[in-house]
Design a protein around this ligand. Structure first.
Ligand code: ZN
Ligand code: ZN
Length: 284
């Protein structure tokens, strides 16, 4: 049994040596396919991936279906929020900070706000719109005391500035998901108490710079994820990714950190429940 024991369900069920996918998109048709999200969840469970956090990118329309998926499955939780790619859409802009707060407070399956952030690589929305929509979500996260799930790409300086500014307004918790940014952003986020989540990118041969940063992340701040259906880890690179495959990233990082597989699974699982503490309410 896990000595750290962060979670021991009220019905006596303990996640023992189980992996958790801290970020996936179970509603994505590429992942759900013809047999639906339930089949992907079943395959994950069969592989030893007990818990999943399915992430919302569009509150205005896709959130309802995401919540249905989370409600339909034990140990599947969801977020609510707007991806930076969608920040130029008036329907997403119309969702207020208080809308997010009200909806998040009312639904125990919602355990985080996002995915939110800044993406200046694709620039699907203007930087101004991205900042506005991100700020609204940072404030909703603060108000609900739910973690903010941050997507950051090619926006390190603005991201650092916004995280620092909003953290100055009150306690803010969160994770930089699918981390692939620079060392300065990682250190600034750690300094603010954030977690860093690694996807299959960390397993790619060319990701030496990312692994050099991973080396310096305290083990009690590391999460793992698939970001399924994207970014399948080695040795499944190029396939449609799914939560079951988080094990490959987990095994890779266990070896990288010189830890046993069970030890690393336990640590990342405990980290998940420490950050996404609301998941414990429904993790029975
Ligand atoms: Zn993302
Ligand atoms: Zn995502």
């Amino acid at each position: 049994m896990s000595a750290s024991g962060v979670y021991n369900g009220s019905q006596g069920r303990v996640f023992l040596n189980m992996w958790i996918d801290s970020h996936c998109h179970l509603d994505d048709p590429k992942l759900a396919g013809a047999d639906g999200a339930g089949a992907a969840v079943a395959r994950a469970r069969a592989a030893g991936v007990e818990g999943m956090l399915t992430i919302c990118c569009r509150t205005s329309d896709s959130f309802a279906g995401i919540l249905d998926i989370a409600r339909a499955h034990e140990h599947v939780w969801c977020s609510i929020g707007t991806h930076p790619h969608e920040a130029g859409d008036p329907a997403e802009q119309a969702i207020s900070e208080s809308d997010l707060v009200t909806r998040a407070r009312a639904e125990p399956k919602i355990i985080g706000i996002g995915e939110a952030g800044l993406d200046y690589f694709y620039n699907h929305a203007s930087p101004e719109d991205q900042k506005d929509v991100f700020r609204k979500q940072l404030r909703a996260a603060r108000q609900t005391d739910l973690p903010i799930i941050v997507h950051a790409r090619d926006a390190d300086a603005d991201m650092i500035a916004m995280l620092r500014e909003e953290s100055g307004g009150g306690a803010l918790r969160g994770v930089l998901h699918c981390f692939s940014s620079g060392r300065d952003l990682a250190l600034a986020a750690l300094d603010l108490g954030f977690y860093i989540s690694f996807s299959g990118i960390v397993t790619f041969p060319k990701s030496e710079d990312l692994r050099a940063i991973a080396r310096d992340i305290p083990l009690d701040r590391v999460l793992i994820e698939t970001d399924a259906p994207y970014l399948a880890p080695v040795p499944l690179r190029g396939k449609v990714n799914e939560p079951a495959y988080v094990i490959h990233t987990g095994r890779f990082l266990a070896d990288f950190y010189g830890l046993g597989e069970d030890d690393f699974a336990t640590r990342t699982r405990d980290n998940f429940f420490r950050l996404f503490d609301r998941a414990r309410e429904t993790a029975t």
